[in-house]
Design a protein around this ligand. Structure first.
Ligand SMILES: Cc1cc2nc3c(=O)[nH]c(=O)nc-3n(C[C@H](O)[C@H](O)[C@H](O)COP(=O)(O)OP(=O)(O)OC[C@H]3O[C@@H](n4cnc5c(N)ncnc54)[C@H](O)[C@@H]3O)c2cc1C
Length: 375
Protein backbone atom coordinates (compact mmCIF):
# COMPACT_ATOMS: atom_id res chain seq x y z
CA UNK A 1 0.00 0.00 0.00
CA UNK A 2 1.32 3.47 -0.87
CA UNK A 3 2.00 5.55 2.28
CA UNK A 4 2.24 8.91 0.53
CA UNK A 5 -0.95 10.33 2.10
CA UNK A 6 -2.87 9.51 5.26
CA UNK A 7 -4.57 6.13 5.35
CA UNK A 8 -8.11 5.34 6.47
CA UNK A 9 -8.82 1.65 7.05
CA UNK A 10 -12.41 0.37 7.38
CA UNK A 11 -12.65 -3.11 8.88
CA UNK A 12 -15.95 -4.71 7.87
CA UNK A 13 -18.42 -3.19 5.47
CA UNK A 14 -21.38 -3.44 7.81
CA UNK A 15 -24.46 -1.30 8.35
CA UNK A 16 -22.62 1.52 10.20
CA UNK A 17 -20.11 2.01 7.36
CA UNK A 18 -22.65 2.40 4.54
CA UNK A 19 -22.39 6.20 4.31
CA UNK A 20 -18.60 6.21 4.65
CA UNK A 21 -18.34 3.58 1.89
CA UNK A 22 -20.62 5.64 -0.35
CA UNK A 23 -18.51 8.76 0.29
CA UNK A 24 -15.04 7.28 -0.24
CA UNK A 25 -14.38 9.80 -3.08
CA UNK A 26 -14.49 12.63 -0.50
CA UNK A 27 -11.53 11.07 1.34
CA UNK A 28 -9.66 10.38 -1.88
CA UNK A 29 -10.11 14.01 -3.02
CA UNK A 30 -8.41 15.11 0.21
CA UNK A 31 -5.45 12.83 -0.47
CA UNK A 32 -6.50 10.13 2.01
CA UNK A 33 -6.08 6.50 0.86
CA UNK A 34 -8.98 4.22 1.80
CA UNK A 35 -8.67 0.46 2.36
CA UNK A 36 -11.66 -1.72 3.25
CA UNK A 37 -11.16 -5.18 4.73
CA UNK A 38 -13.93 -7.79 4.62
CA UNK A 39 -14.25 -11.58 4.25
CA UNK A 40 -16.73 -11.32 1.36
CA UNK A 41 -17.28 -9.11 -1.68
CA UNK A 42 -20.82 -8.58 -0.36
CA UNK A 43 -22.50 -7.42 2.82
CA UNK A 44 -25.94 -8.86 3.65
CA UNK A 45 -28.68 -6.72 5.15
CA UNK A 46 -29.88 -8.61 8.22
CA UNK A 47 -33.34 -7.01 8.24
CA UNK A 48 -34.16 -8.92 5.05
CA UNK A 49 -32.27 -12.12 5.96
CA UNK A 50 -35.30 -14.07 7.22
CA UNK A 51 -37.23 -12.94 4.11
CA UNK A 52 -34.42 -14.34 1.96
CA UNK A 53 -34.66 -17.62 3.87
CA UNK A 54 -38.41 -17.68 3.26
CA UNK A 55 -38.00 -16.98 -0.47
CA UNK A 56 -39.56 -13.47 -0.43
CA UNK A 57 -36.25 -12.01 -1.59
CA UNK A 58 -33.40 -13.31 -3.71
CA UNK A 59 -29.84 -13.03 -2.33
CA UNK A 60 -29.16 -10.23 -4.84
CA UNK A 61 -31.97 -8.17 -3.37
CA UNK A 62 -30.61 -8.28 0.18
CA UNK A 63 -26.90 -7.64 -0.33
CA UNK A 64 -24.62 -4.73 -1.03
CA UNK A 65 -21.73 -5.17 -3.44
CA UNK A 66 -19.12 -3.83 -1.01
CA UNK A 67 -16.07 -4.50 -3.19
CA UNK A 68 -17.69 -2.85 -6.22
CA UNK A 69 -18.67 0.22 -4.20
CA UNK A 70 -15.16 0.56 -2.71
CA UNK A 71 -13.35 0.18 -6.03
CA UNK A 72 -15.77 2.47 -7.83
CA UNK A 73 -15.04 5.14 -5.21
CA UNK A 74 -11.26 4.82 -5.67
CA UNK A 75 -10.52 2.70 -2.56
CA UNK A 76 -8.80 -0.67 -2.19
CA UNK A 77 -10.76 -3.76 -1.11
CA UNK A 78 -8.87 -6.53 0.70
CA UNK A 79 -10.84 -9.79 0.87
CA UNK A 80 -9.65 -11.00 4.25
CA UNK A 81 -10.67 -11.26 7.86
CA UNK A 82 -9.08 -8.99 10.47
CA UNK A 83 -7.93 -10.83 13.59
CA UNK A 84 -6.35 -8.00 15.58
CA UNK A 85 -5.17 -4.45 15.77
CA UNK A 86 -1.84 -3.13 17.01
CA UNK A 87 -2.38 0.45 18.22
CA UNK A 88 1.36 0.84 18.94
CA UNK A 89 2.44 0.51 15.30
CA UNK A 90 -1.01 1.56 13.99
CA UNK A 91 -1.70 -1.59 11.97
CA UNK A 92 -4.64 -3.96 11.46
CA UNK A 93 -3.59 -7.61 11.52
CA UNK A 94 -5.19 -9.97 8.99
CA UNK A 95 -5.72 -13.73 9.32
CA UNK A 96 -2.92 -14.22 6.76
CA UNK A 97 -0.54 -12.38 9.10
CA UNK A 98 -0.36 -9.37 6.78
CA UNK A 99 -0.47 -5.98 8.51
CA UNK A 100 -2.39 -3.05 7.04
CA UNK A 101 -1.11 0.32 8.36
CA UNK A 102 -3.57 3.03 9.28
CA UNK A 103 -3.68 6.62 10.45
CA UNK A 104 -7.34 6.21 11.39
CA UNK A 105 -9.23 2.90 11.54
CA UNK A 106 -12.91 2.12 12.02
CA UNK A 107 -14.37 -1.26 12.96
CA UNK A 108 -17.82 -2.44 11.91
CA UNK A 109 -17.32 -6.20 12.16
CA UNK A 110 -20.67 -7.09 13.71
CA UNK A 111 -21.28 -9.92 16.12
CA UNK A 112 -21.55 -13.69 16.09
CA UNK A 113 -23.41 -16.50 17.79
CA UNK A 114 -21.56 -18.76 20.17
CA UNK A 115 -21.29 -22.38 19.05
CA UNK A 116 -20.25 -23.71 22.46
CA UNK A 117 -23.38 -25.86 22.72
CA UNK A 118 -22.47 -27.92 19.63
CA UNK A 119 -21.75 -31.50 20.60
CA UNK A 120 -19.54 -33.90 18.64
CA UNK A 121 -21.01 -34.93 15.29
CA UNK A 122 -23.69 -32.19 15.24
CA UNK A 123 -24.57 -31.48 11.63
CA UNK A 124 -27.01 -29.33 9.69
CA UNK A 125 -26.62 -26.56 12.26
CA UNK A 126 -26.99 -22.98 11.04
CA UNK A 127 -26.23 -19.91 13.16
CA UNK A 128 -28.54 -17.05 12.11
CA UNK A 129 -25.45 -14.87 11.66
CA UNK A 130 -23.73 -14.41 9.28
CA UNK A 131 -26.87 -13.84 7.23
CA UNK A 132 -25.33 -15.43 4.11
CA UNK A 133 -25.43 -18.79 5.93
CA UNK A 134 -29.22 -18.71 5.64
CA UNK A 135 -28.91 -19.46 1.89
CA UNK A 136 -27.37 -22.86 2.62
CA UNK A 137 -30.03 -23.48 5.30
CA UNK A 138 -32.76 -22.76 2.76
CA UNK A 139 -31.36 -25.30 0.27
CA UNK A 140 -30.98 -27.94 2.96
CA UNK A 141 -34.55 -27.49 4.27
CA UNK A 142 -35.97 -27.80 0.76
CA UNK A 143 -33.93 -30.95 0.15
CA UNK A 144 -35.19 -32.49 3.43
CA UNK A 145 -38.81 -31.51 2.78
CA UNK A 146 -38.82 -33.43 -0.51
CA UNK A 147 -38.61 -36.78 1.27
CA UNK A 148 -39.98 -36.24 4.78
CA UNK A 149 -41.59 -33.86 7.20
CA UNK A 150 -38.46 -32.07 8.45
CA UNK A 151 -38.08 -31.33 12.15
CA UNK A 152 -36.51 -27.94 12.69
CA UNK A 153 -35.15 -26.87 16.10
CA UNK A 154 -34.48 -23.25 16.90
CA UNK A 155 -32.27 -22.40 19.88
CA UNK A 156 -33.21 -19.08 21.49
CA UNK A 157 -36.43 -17.16 22.01
CA UNK A 158 -35.80 -13.68 20.62
CA UNK A 159 -37.22 -11.97 17.54
CA UNK A 160 -34.76 -13.60 15.15
CA UNK A 161 -36.06 -17.04 16.25
CA UNK A 162 -39.61 -15.92 15.58
CA UNK A 163 -38.69 -14.56 12.14
CA UNK A 164 -36.74 -17.71 11.24
CA UNK A 165 -39.59 -20.02 12.35
CA UNK A 166 -42.24 -18.20 10.34
CA UNK A 167 -40.07 -17.96 7.27
CA UNK A 168 -39.05 -21.63 7.34
CA UNK A 169 -42.75 -22.45 7.28
CA UNK A 170 -43.36 -20.02 4.42
CA UNK A 171 -40.45 -21.47 2.44
CA UNK A 172 -41.73 -25.03 2.53
CA UNK A 173 -45.36 -24.05 2.10
CA UNK A 174 -44.63 -22.04 -1.05
CA UNK A 175 -42.22 -24.52 -2.55
CA UNK A 176 -44.49 -27.53 -2.16
CA UNK A 177 -42.60 -29.69 0.35
CA UNK A 178 -43.91 -31.44 3.48
CA UNK A 179 -44.69 -28.81 6.12
CA UNK A 180 -42.00 -28.84 8.83
CA UNK A 181 -42.41 -29.48 12.53
CA UNK A 182 -40.81 -26.47 14.22
CA UNK A 183 -39.70 -26.12 17.87
CA UNK A 184 -38.44 -22.90 19.39
CA UNK A 185 -36.59 -23.50 22.65
CA UNK A 186 -37.02 -20.07 24.17
CA UNK A 187 -35.10 -20.11 27.46
CA UNK A 188 -36.93 -18.58 30.41
CA UNK A 189 -39.56 -16.73 28.42
CA UNK A 190 -40.24 -16.17 24.71
CA UNK A 191 -39.49 -12.56 23.57
CA UNK A 192 -38.90 -11.64 27.22
CA UNK A 193 -37.51 -8.16 26.50
CA UNK A 194 -40.66 -7.02 24.64
CA UNK A 195 -43.96 -5.72 26.02
CA UNK A 196 -46.57 -8.39 26.66
CA UNK A 197 -48.87 -7.20 23.89
CA UNK A 198 -46.12 -7.51 21.23
CA UNK A 199 -45.05 -10.86 22.59
CA UNK A 200 -48.65 -12.12 22.55
CA UNK A 201 -49.16 -11.04 18.94
CA UNK A 202 -45.99 -12.80 17.77
CA UNK A 203 -46.67 -15.90 19.85
CA UNK A 204 -50.31 -15.98 18.73
CA UNK A 205 -49.35 -15.95 15.05
CA UNK A 206 -46.70 -18.65 15.42
CA UNK A 207 -48.78 -20.98 17.56
CA UNK A 208 -51.69 -20.68 15.12
CA UNK A 209 -49.24 -22.12 12.58
CA UNK A 210 -48.47 -24.98 14.98
CA UNK A 211 -44.98 -23.76 15.77
CA UNK A 212 -44.14 -25.07 19.24
CA UNK A 213 -42.63 -22.57 21.68
CA UNK A 214 -41.02 -24.20 24.71
CA UNK A 215 -40.45 -21.85 27.65
CA UNK A 216 -38.65 -22.42 30.94
CA UNK A 217 -35.92 -24.55 29.39
CA UNK A 218 -32.68 -24.13 27.47
CA UNK A 219 -30.77 -26.25 25.02
CA UNK A 220 -27.80 -27.83 26.78
CA UNK A 221 -26.34 -29.46 23.71
CA UNK A 222 -27.02 -29.74 20.01
CA UNK A 223 -26.14 -33.34 19.29
CA UNK A 224 -26.25 -35.40 16.12
CA UNK A 225 -29.94 -35.58 15.16
CA UNK A 226 -31.28 -34.05 18.37
CA UNK A 227 -31.25 -31.19 20.86
CA UNK A 228 -30.74 -32.02 24.53
CA UNK A 229 -32.55 -29.68 26.94
CA UNK A 230 -31.36 -28.75 30.42
CA UNK A 231 -34.37 -30.61 31.90
CA UNK A 232 -33.03 -33.80 30.34
CA UNK A 233 -35.58 -33.96 27.52
CA UNK A 234 -34.24 -34.85 24.07
CA UNK A 235 -35.94 -33.47 20.94
CA UNK A 236 -35.24 -35.20 17.63
CA UNK A 237 -34.22 -32.70 14.92
CA UNK A 238 -33.16 -32.78 11.30
CA UNK A 239 -31.82 -29.23 11.22
CA UNK A 240 -31.07 -26.66 13.91
CA UNK A 241 -30.80 -22.87 13.86
CA UNK A 242 -28.74 -21.16 16.55
CA UNK A 243 -30.37 -17.88 17.56
CA UNK A 244 -29.50 -17.62 21.24
CA UNK A 245 -28.11 -14.07 21.12
CA UNK A 246 -25.10 -12.37 19.61
CA UNK A 247 -21.74 -11.31 20.97
CA UNK A 248 -19.00 -9.07 19.50
CA UNK A 249 -15.82 -10.83 18.37
CA UNK A 250 -12.92 -11.21 20.79
CA UNK A 251 -10.69 -9.23 18.39
CA UNK A 252 -10.58 -6.13 20.60
CA UNK A 253 -9.95 -7.96 23.86
CA UNK A 254 -7.28 -10.12 22.20
CA UNK A 255 -5.60 -6.91 21.01
CA UNK A 256 -5.52 -5.43 24.51
CA UNK A 257 -8.01 -2.62 23.82
CA UNK A 258 -10.52 -1.41 26.40
CA UNK A 259 -13.79 -3.33 26.00
CA UNK A 260 -17.23 -3.38 27.59
CA UNK A 261 -18.66 -6.32 29.55
CA UNK A 262 -19.85 -7.85 26.24
CA UNK A 263 -16.23 -7.65 24.91
CA UNK A 264 -17.26 -4.99 22.36
CA UNK A 265 -14.85 -2.12 21.65
CA UNK A 266 -15.45 0.45 24.41
CA UNK A 267 -16.23 3.77 22.73
CA UNK A 268 -16.94 7.31 23.97
CA UNK A 269 -19.78 9.52 22.64
CA UNK A 270 -17.72 10.16 19.46
CA UNK A 271 -17.74 6.42 18.64
CA UNK A 272 -14.01 6.55 19.38
CA UNK A 273 -12.04 4.02 21.42
CA UNK A 274 -11.71 5.35 24.96
CA UNK A 275 -7.95 4.78 24.99
CA UNK A 276 -6.87 5.06 21.33
CA UNK A 277 -8.20 8.20 19.59
CA UNK A 278 -7.40 6.92 16.08
CA UNK A 279 -9.64 3.87 16.53
CA UNK A 280 -13.39 4.18 15.91
CA UNK A 281 -16.24 1.73 15.58
CA UNK A 282 -19.95 1.26 15.05
CA UNK A 283 -22.71 -1.36 14.99
CA UNK A 284 -22.88 -4.56 17.02
CA UNK A 285 -19.10 -4.70 17.66
CA UNK A 286 -18.95 -1.66 19.97
CA UNK A 287 -19.93 -1.06 23.56
CA UNK A 288 -21.23 2.52 23.80
CA UNK A 289 -19.95 3.68 27.20
CA UNK A 290 -22.61 6.36 27.78
CA UNK A 291 -25.46 3.91 27.50
CA UNK A 292 -25.19 0.28 26.38
CA UNK A 293 -27.17 -0.19 23.16
CA UNK A 294 -29.28 -3.15 22.13
CA UNK A 295 -27.68 -5.05 19.26
CA UNK A 296 -30.05 -3.94 16.52
CA UNK A 297 -29.31 -2.65 13.06
CA UNK A 298 -31.25 0.53 13.81
CA UNK A 299 -28.37 1.90 15.92
CA UNK A 300 -25.77 0.89 13.35
CA UNK A 301 -27.75 2.75 10.68
CA UNK A 302 -28.16 5.83 12.92
CA UNK A 303 -24.40 5.91 13.55
CA UNK A 304 -23.57 6.32 9.84
CA UNK A 305 -23.43 10.12 9.48
CA UNK A 306 -21.56 10.62 12.79
CA UNK A 307 -19.02 7.93 11.97
CA UNK A 308 -18.44 9.39 8.50
CA UNK A 309 -18.04 12.90 9.92
CA UNK A 310 -15.71 11.83 12.73
CA UNK A 311 -13.42 9.73 10.54
CA UNK A 312 -12.96 12.65 8.17
CA UNK A 313 -12.63 15.11 11.08
CA UNK A 314 -9.95 13.00 12.82
CA UNK A 315 -7.96 12.87 9.57
CA UNK A 316 -8.28 16.59 8.86
CA UNK A 317 -8.05 17.94 12.41
CA UNK A 318 -11.62 19.16 12.71
CA UNK A 319 -14.00 18.80 15.68
CA UNK A 320 -15.72 15.47 16.33
CA UNK A 321 -19.48 15.13 16.74
CA UNK A 322 -21.14 13.10 19.51
CA UNK A 323 -23.52 10.28 18.63
CA UNK A 324 -27.04 10.57 20.01
CA UNK A 325 -28.70 7.12 19.96
CA UNK A 326 -32.12 8.79 19.85
CA UNK A 327 -35.34 7.58 21.40
CA UNK A 328 -37.72 4.75 20.72
CA UNK A 329 -37.39 3.11 17.32
CA UNK A 330 -39.77 1.37 14.96
CA UNK A 331 -39.49 -2.38 14.94
CA UNK A 332 -41.31 -4.70 12.63
CA UNK A 333 -40.90 -8.45 12.65
CA UNK A 334 -41.35 -10.40 9.43
CA UNK A 335 -43.18 -13.55 10.53
CA UNK A 336 -43.57 -14.98 7.03
CA UNK A 337 -46.63 -15.52 4.86
CA UNK A 338 -46.87 -11.77 4.33
CA UNK A 339 -47.49 -11.05 8.01
CA UNK A 340 -45.65 -8.90 10.49
CA UNK A 341 -45.85 -7.34 13.92
CA UNK A 342 -45.04 -3.63 14.27
CA UNK A 343 -44.38 -1.44 17.30
CA UNK A 344 -43.41 2.20 17.58
CA UNK A 345 -44.14 4.00 20.84
CA UNK A 346 -47.79 3.41 21.67
CA UNK A 347 -48.63 2.17 18.17
CA UNK A 348 -48.91 -1.56 17.55
CA UNK A 349 -50.07 -3.41 14.49
CA UNK A 350 -50.02 -6.98 13.30
CA UNK A 351 -50.92 -8.68 10.05
CA UNK A 352 -50.37 -7.89 6.39
CA UNK A 353 -50.05 -4.13 6.67
CA UNK A 354 -47.23 -4.45 9.22
CA UNK A 355 -45.26 -6.66 6.83
CA UNK A 356 -45.98 -4.36 3.87
CA UNK A 357 -44.58 -1.38 5.78
CA UNK A 358 -41.41 -3.32 6.63
CA UNK A 359 -41.05 -4.55 3.07
CA UNK A 360 -41.31 -1.01 1.72
CA UNK A 361 -38.82 0.46 4.22
CA UNK A 362 -36.30 -2.34 3.65
CA UNK A 363 -36.54 -2.22 -0.16
CA UNK A 364 -36.07 1.57 -0.08
CA UNK A 365 -33.02 1.25 2.17
CA UNK A 366 -31.47 -1.29 -0.21
CA UNK A 367 -32.30 0.76 -3.28
CA UNK A 368 -30.63 3.85 -1.78
CA UNK A 369 -27.25 2.12 -1.51
CA UNK A 370 -27.54 -0.38 -4.38
CA UNK A 371 -28.03 2.54 -6.80
CA UNK A 372 -24.62 3.88 -5.75
CA UNK A 373 -22.78 0.63 -6.41
CA UNK A 374 -24.02 0.31 -10.01
CA UNK A 375 -21.42 1.06 -12.71
C1 LIG B 1 -32.03 -12.97 11.62
C2 LIG B 1 -31.79 -11.57 12.09
C3 LIG B 1 -32.69 -10.56 11.74
C4 LIG B 1 -32.48 -9.26 12.18
N1 LIG B 1 -33.38 -8.29 11.83
C5 LIG B 1 -33.20 -7.03 12.24
C6 LIG B 1 -34.11 -6.00 11.86
O1 LIG B 1 -35.10 -6.25 11.17
N2 LIG B 1 -33.87 -4.76 12.31
C7 LIG B 1 -32.79 -4.46 13.09
O2 LIG B 1 -32.62 -3.29 13.46
N3 LIG B 1 -31.91 -5.40 13.46
C8 LIG B 1 -32.07 -6.68 13.06
N4 LIG B 1 -31.19 -7.64 13.44
C9 LIG B 1 -29.99 -7.26 14.22
C10 LIG B 1 -28.91 -6.87 13.24
O3 LIG B 1 -28.50 -8.02 12.56
C11 LIG B 1 -27.63 -6.33 13.80
O4 LIG B 1 -27.84 -5.42 14.82
C12 LIG B 1 -26.87 -5.67 12.64
O5 LIG B 1 -26.52 -6.64 11.69
C13 LIG B 1 -25.63 -5.00 13.13
O6 LIG B 1 -24.98 -4.48 12.03
P1 LIG B 1 -23.40 -4.50 11.95
O7 LIG B 1 -23.05 -3.75 10.72
O8 LIG B 1 -22.81 -4.07 13.23
O9 LIG B 1 -22.99 -6.04 11.81
P2 LIG B 1 -23.13 -7.05 10.60
O10 LIG B 1 -24.39 -6.83 9.88
O11 LIG B 1 -22.87 -8.39 11.18
O12 LIG B 1 -21.94 -6.67 9.62
C14 LIG B 1 -20.59 -6.94 9.93
C15 LIG B 1 -19.76 -6.98 8.66
O13 LIG B 1 -18.40 -7.17 9.03
C16 LIG B 1 -17.81 -8.25 8.30
N5 LIG B 1 -16.84 -8.89 9.20
C17 LIG B 1 -17.13 -9.72 10.23
N6 LIG B 1 -15.97 -10.10 10.83
C18 LIG B 1 -14.97 -9.49 10.18
C19 LIG B 1 -13.55 -9.46 10.36
N7 LIG B 1 -12.95 -10.17 11.32
N8 LIG B 1 -12.81 -8.74 9.50
C20 LIG B 1 -13.42 -7.99 8.53
N9 LIG B 1 -14.75 -7.98 8.33
C21 LIG B 1 -15.52 -8.70 9.14
C22 LIG B 1 -18.99 -9.15 7.94
O14 LIG B 1 -18.71 -9.90 6.78
C23 LIG B 1 -20.12 -8.14 7.73
O15 LIG B 1 -20.15 -7.68 6.40
C24 LIG B 1 -31.36 -8.95 13.00
C25 LIG B 1 -30.46 -9.98 13.35
C26 LIG B 1 -30.66 -11.26 12.90
C27 LIG B 1 -29.69 -12.34 13.28
Amino acid sequence: MSRSGKQLVLVGGGHAHMVTLARIPEFIRRGVGVTVIGPSDYHYYSGMGPGMLGGTYTPDQVRFATRRMVEKGGGVFVKERAVGVDPGTQAVILSSGERIPYDVVSFNVGSHISQKILGPGARDVFPVKPIEGLMAARDRILALARSKRPIIGIVGGGPSSAEIAGNVRQLVRNRGGMLPIIYIVAGTRFMARFPDRVRDRVQGTLTAWEIDILEGCRVREVASGSMVLDNGRRLATDLVFLAQGVKPSSLFQDSGLATGPDQGLLVNPFLQSVDHPDIFGGGDCIHFKERPLTKVGVYAVRQNPVLFHNLLARLTGEALLPFDPGGDYLFIFNLGQGRGVLKKGWMELSGRLAFQIKDRIDRRFMERFQTLERP
